[in-house]
Design a protein around this ligand. Structure first.
Ligand code: SAM
Length: 293
């Protein structure tokens, strides 16, 4: 049976159809570990039975955890409670053919970004150099290096565990000659190390992308692409996209000689009337950007 109907069937058998409807979409299988994102209105106690059933019915699952918080803090992590199976949080997760070792308590991972990782990788041209300002375990950079003949993907993260797993994952995927992990803070590291040096900048951290956008512009050679991820409140997807473009435009005006939006899309819904949107924008920096501090 395909994975999604099976998850729904398991929850339905254990807790009934009403719970199944609310919970099955919140079950993520990351390698051999399951994480269930707890809805705020369902008590914790009901999940232990679900955990045991998942362990019993899905042969490759070894460990089940309940996420009891949203993603929080600078490293964007969740609080997890052990439900069933091995008390282990490190796993090997395969995403569209690339392999990622990671610890779900130490580095950010979201299955909802898997399409986006590949979408951006497919936009990259041969010979490009990339800067990934918030690289995590290396998803965007490694997908780009696996699919394209890139010159380099400089990959910054402020989380030392993310840096560690990036090093491991570049070797696992045989791209350590082109993906360069950098441990540091994105804004200051970009200005210090990458001025006028790359063709494309990735900014997959909506909480900081607009604030850090000037550094991304300063990192571009004469012209280049920036993928900016933002959160916006809107009444629907079309309004969300328009709002995101407006926010990026307003921020770019002071730093770009000109810019052009190729596309924008809703990556996911993050709350009632709250969307994460990515804007793909081609930018020519102003000369004055070289003075940016
Ligand atoms: C939303 S996650 C994205 C991770 C990865 N790109 C992915 O696709 O899974 C954001 C990452 O940014 C890192 N981060 C947060 N603030 C940062 C900063 N100021 N400089 C560099 N990295 C930062 C976090 O540690 C986290 O790994």
């Amino acid at each position: 049976m395909a994975r999604e109907p099976l998850l729904r069937e398991i929850v339905s058998e254990v807790l009934g159809e009403d719970y199944a409807r609310r919970i099955w979409k919140r079950i993520d299988i990351i390698g051999d570990i399951v994480v269930i994102r707890k809805p705020f209105d369902v008590e914790q106690s009901v999940f232990r039975k679900v955990g045991e059933a998942l362990l019993e019915r899905i042969p490759y699952v070894r460990s089940v955890w309940l996420s009891v918080s949203g993603v929080e803090g600078v490293y964007r992590l969740r609080d997890l409670i052990h439900l069933a199976g091995e008390k282990r949080t490190e796993t090997l997760y395969v995403e569209h053919g690339c392999r990622f070792k990671l610890d779900i308590t130490k580095v950010y991972v979201s299955l909802r970004l898997s399409y986006e990782h590949v979408r951006v990788a497919e936009l990259v041209g041969d010979g490009e150099s990339l800067l990934n300002m918030y690289a995590g375990a290396g998803f965007f950079s490694i997908h780009a290096a696996c699919r394209r003949n890139i010159e380099a993907a400089y990959s910054i993260d402020i989380n030392p565990h993310a840096f560690h797993y990036m090093v491991v994952n570049t070797r696992l995927n045989g791209v350590e000659d082109r993906v360069v992990p950098v441990y540091g803070e994105a804004y200051s590291t970009t200005l210090r190390m990458f001025r006028r040096s790359v063709d494309r900048v990735l900014m997959p951290l909506p909480e900081k992308a607009l604030e850090h956008l000037p550094a991304a512009v300063a990192a571009l050679k004469d012209q280049g692409w920036i993928h900016v991820y933002v959160h916006v409140s809107a009444r629907g997807q079309r309004e969300a996209i328009e709002k995101a473009k407006r926010l990026v435009s307003q921020r770019l005006e002071a730093y770009a000689r000109w810019f052009w939006f190729k596309g924008a899309r809703v990556v996911r819904t993050v709350g009632p009337r709250e969307y994460q949107v990515v804007v793909d924008v081609y930018v020519e920096p102003r000369h004055s950007i070289s003075k940016l501090k």
